[in-house]
Design a protein around this ligand. Sequence first.
Ligand SMILES: [Ca+2]
Length: 393
Amino acid sequence: MPLRSPAHRPRALRAGATSAVLLALAACGTTPASSPAPSSGTSAPPAASSPTAPTAVPTPADGEQSASPRPAPTVTPTPTATPTPTATPTPTAAGSASPAPAPVTRRKPGWALDRIDQRTRTLDARYTVTHQGQGVTVYVVDGLFDVKNPELGGRASVGLKSGRGCALEDGTDHGLFVAGIIGGRRTGVAQRARLVAVGALNGCEGGSGDETEAQQRARVVRALTWVAKNGRRPGVVNLSLNVDAPAPTVAAAVQAVVDAGLTVVASAGNRGEDACRFPPAGLPSVVTVAASTRQDRDAGLNHGRCVDLFAPGEDVDSVVNEGLDPDRVVTSEGAATSWAAPYVSGAAALYLSAHPEASPAQVERWLVGHATRGALRGNLHGSPNRLLHVRGL
Ligand SMILES: [Ca+2]
């Protein structure tokens, strides 16, 4: 597949009614794939976010279907999720880590980094932060990926070796792309955060095919349980995946991670439906992230009262394997909440590097309270009008 395919329309990869774990990397059928805007040194954008919702299990031959129509939901409409609290009052002292570091500016970043460090829409071709995630560990609960990729700056390692990676139709590695948004040296929000790969998937399309729905969930639960037991504070857990039905075991495992003091960030999901129905989106104490576009519009994916805030999720830059692109950085096409959540995870790492003792509730309160209000235009489908903002630590 050509890496540059501006007219590429993402194709559906999702499996049929048996799928339980959906990677949140949908393409929004209503969102035009805008032309890629390579940032400095980046190149060749493959359509990184092709599938509407590839599953953790091998996908049957749905690869040819159009992504536009929402697949008939296999969801059981029984939201176990409760709305995520927008603010939790636990003002314990979240001590400052160190003397205020000097701001660091990256020039010509991708539009997403450029956007989240400023309140206004007109981009200034700069991404400036003071804290950079130093001292913070971000757990990427996802398909396993190559932690040696130079773009991860030697800061990544494998925590739980379980299952295998998820390579999207165009070759983009899902977990790697997520990790690159969190902490890639050129594309990451938090360029000094540690990244830990926690295996929670077993492929995502056309692969193994031998895991049942229960096995998929069990793998996600196992990954979360590992984090709850082994996760280091200050820490953040990124979940760019969703379950398409109520899942008490997943909810309990997520809560155990929060109880262990780690901040959990989840994608809202990509069906264009109520995010509350796709845990871990909307679970208590989880920061739930919807995707916005370069034009500050709702990307049209999951939405509603369970969303805490928006972050960029369309045409974003991140890391791929060298075999896919020699520069290892590409711009995705289409929209995906898989790509939006890691911007918030990176932001949580920035905050925790300034306030290492902060509780998950405090981190969430900062993320939500510090977001830019009223920046998003158009119909938000019931989601709050808040856009991630990272300056001012
Ligand atoms: Ca900027």
